[in-house]
Design a protein around this ligand. Structure first.
Ligand SMILES: [Zn+2]
Length: 304
C-alpha cells in the first residue's frame, strides 16, 4: 500500500496508488531478468546474498486519479508516458537511434521515472517503505514534485545520465576521479537543501545493462567524471541532439560500480551568501591512496 496524500497535489489518495514503473514496462521485461536494484549506490542483496533478481521491483506511490479534480495520474500519462513510451521502447528494446524531440521525450520520461522511483513516500516491493531510517529516499527541496505538477518544469539542479554496462565484458579503462562528497548548502533566501541520488539498472538486449542515474544537487555545480570521456551520456538538462545506444562506450562491471560511487551525499552543511552557488572544484573530496580512503574536510578542500 502506498496510501496517503498525492505527491503532486496533496489530494487524499485512498487507493493503493500508482505504479512508478508503468505496467507496459513490466510487460516489456517479463522473463528478461536478471535485474539489479540499488539503494543509494549499493546493490540491494537478497537473503541469499545475490543482488540479481528475475523481476523488476514494483514501486507504488500515492498519486491521485480520475476521482480527484487534479487527476495527477492522468496528467503523468499525458505529460510523460504518451510521448516517452515509444522512445523508451525504441532505445531500450530495439536499440534504435533517435533524434531531436524524440530524445527530449525519452530524457523527460527517464527523469520523471527516477524522480518518483526513490521518493520518500514510495513503497518498493523489494525493500518496503523508503522513508524508514537508513533508507536513501530522494528528497527534493520544496516545492519538489508539487512544483513539477504546477509548472510542468523539472526542479533546477537535477542531473540525469545514462551509461551502458556489460557486467561480463572486457576490462575498460576509466578516467581517474576523486569521490566527491556533496554538501548540504543553504542560502538566506531558503534555497538549497539536501542532495540526493537514485540509480536504476535495466536490462538491454544482448545481455547488456543500461544504468540510469539522477542526482539532485541544489545550488551545487557538479561535473560527472565520466562525461568528458563519453562514458556517461547526459540526458537532463540539455539532452543530446541524437542518441544511439549502440554507439555508446560500454563500461565493464568495475566501471558500472564506479559510476555509482563517484560521489557521496550527506557532506558538511554550508551556508552561502545571497545569490551564491557552490562550485564543483571546492567540493569536499575523498582521496583514495592505497592505504585506504582519507576524508578531507570541506574547508580544507575549499582552500580555507
Ligand atoms: Zn494529485
Amino acid at each position: 500500500m502506498a496510501s496517503g496524500d498525492c505527491v503532486f497535489c496533496g489530494a487524499p489518495v485512498s487507493s493503493q496508488g500508482e505504479h512508478v514503473l508503468p505496467r507496459w514496462l513490466f510487460a516489456r521485461w517479463a522473463g528478461q531478468g536478471p535485474f539489479t536494484f540499488f539503494e543509494g549506490s549499493e546493490p540491494i542483496a537478497k537473503r541469499n546474498g545475490k543482488t540479481e533478481r528475475d523481476q523488476l521491483a514494483r514501486v507504488m506511490l500515492p498519486v491521485c486519479g480520475v476521482d480527484s479534480p487534479s487527476n495527477c495520474n492522468g496528467w503523468l500519462n499525458d505529460s510523460f508516458e504518451v510521448a516517452g513510451k515509444p522512445q523508451v521502447r525504441a532505445v531500450l528494446d530495439a536499440c534504435q537511434s533517435i533524434t531531436g524531440s524524440a530524445v527530449v521525450d525519452f530524457a523527460r520520461w527517464v527523469t520523471k521515472t527516477l524522480l518518483l522511483h526513490d521518493h520518500p513516500l514510495a513503497v518498493n516491493s523489494e525493500i518496503g517503505h523508503l522513508n524508514l531510517p537508513g533508507r536513501n529516499a530522494l528528497e527534493l527541496p520544496p516545492p519538489g514534485l508539487r512544483g513539477l505538477r504546477h509548472t510542468g518544469q523539472f526542479p533546477e539542479d537535477i542531473s540525469v545520465w545514462m551509461a551502458v554496462v556489460d557486467p561480463n565484458g572486457a576490462l575498460v579503462t576509466m578516467p581517474e576521479f576523486e569521490l566527491a562528497v556533496l554538501p548540504d548548502v543553504h542560502r538566506p533566501d531558503g534555497a538549497g537543501g539536501k542532495c540526493g541520488a537514485t540509480t536504476l539498472g535495466l536490462s538491454l538486449p544482448n545481455d547488456l545493462m543500461v544504468t540510469l542515474q539522477l542526482i539532485s544537487h541544489p545550488l551545487i555545480d557538479i561535473v560527472h567524471p565520466f562525461e568528458a570521456s563519453g562514458q556517461v551520456t547526459r540526458l537532463w538538462p540539455n539532452p543530446p541532439a541524437a542518441l544511439d545506444i549502440t554507439a555508446l562506450p560500454v563500461l565493464d562491471a568495475a566501471g558500472g560500480r564506479a559510476l555509482n560511487k563517484w560521489f557521496a551525499v550527506g557532506g558538511a552543511s554550508i551556508g552561502l551568501q545571497a545569490g551564491e552557488r557552490w562550485p564543483y572544484n571546492t567540493l569536499a573530496r575523498y582521496l583514495q591512496p592505497r592505504g585506504g580512503p582519507v576524508v578531507r574536510g570541506a574547508a580544507e578542500a575549499a582552500g580555507a
